[in-house]
Design a protein around this ligand. Sequence first.
Ligand code: PBG
Ligand code: ZN
Length: 327
Amino acid sequence: MFPIHRPRRLRSHPQLRRMVCENLLTASDLIYPLFAVPGEGIAKEVKSMPGVYQLSVDKIVEDAKEVYDLGIPAIILFGIPDVKDGDATGAWHDCGIVQKATAAVKAAVPDLVVIVDTCLCEYTSHGHCGYLLSGDLTGRVLNDPTLELLKKTAVSQAAAGADIIAPSGMMDGFVGAIRAGLDEAGYQDVPILSYAAKYASAYYGPFRDAAESAPQFGDRRTYQMDPGNAREALKEIELDIAEGADMLMVKPALAYMDIIWRVKEATNLPVAAYNVSGEYSMVKAAALNGWIDEQRVVLETLTGFKRAGADLILTYHAKDAARWLQG
Ligand code: PBG
Ligand code: ZN
């Protein structure tokens, strides 16, 4: 009891605070998302995400080098194809935009880990994450036929050189199907980072501007999780672990800190948190208005994810954060 105990003693000096710091954020915790578009010399800023660009492959390679030089170990690639159709052809085609970007980055920066988002919503004409019955206007994606497309997509991404496959569509059995597909094709050593607990979230709005992947009708609530549910997240991760997931993701991060914590407690696999587009845009908007100290808010938020149990953080702030951590 006070006055014997005085917790302020250990806060009295900067070096002492460093010594007793429980969670230290470093650049090696971060993963930087990039959006690839066809063409050359293109860097088109996403309106709702200041500082985030749709980039042609040559520009992606430049950014990848910068990311690597900042000590960030990995990027995650999303693609915006020329043409969208009902079969999501652009997702699994050998000459797809993400396949091209992956191969180019691996050729230029071989030591940078390339994670590829494995989903169909950027490639389907209706913007849903899988097959729909023709005439369906509710967005009730057909689960099992979609698994075949996801398998094909993952194999083509691995063939292009992807180091990690990250399925994000919340289809039942998608980790098992992709694991089987990768193994059959000889990619036993390519790990799967499953978007295991992904909620149907309004925070994805700006991403859908960036990836041009907003559903044309309906919503994603028949496959992404209800924000009110926590135990269901544990069920989802249990299934993904059984199906062979190597790493698990919780998404979004900020409104789901409790889920990050519970997942971390429930598993020994590495846990990733996705600091999603809407979380980024809110900080950017407030910072541009001069209402918050961007650097301190970002570093505090990212440290919070670590404290909650995240081993890895996907964030659009990654490059800035790495710079601030150096400085
Ligand atoms: C694709 C996908 C989405 C995000 C990552 N992968 C969008 C969605 O599910 O609608 C969102 C990422 C972000 O908001 O930053 N399924
Ligand atoms: Zn999707």
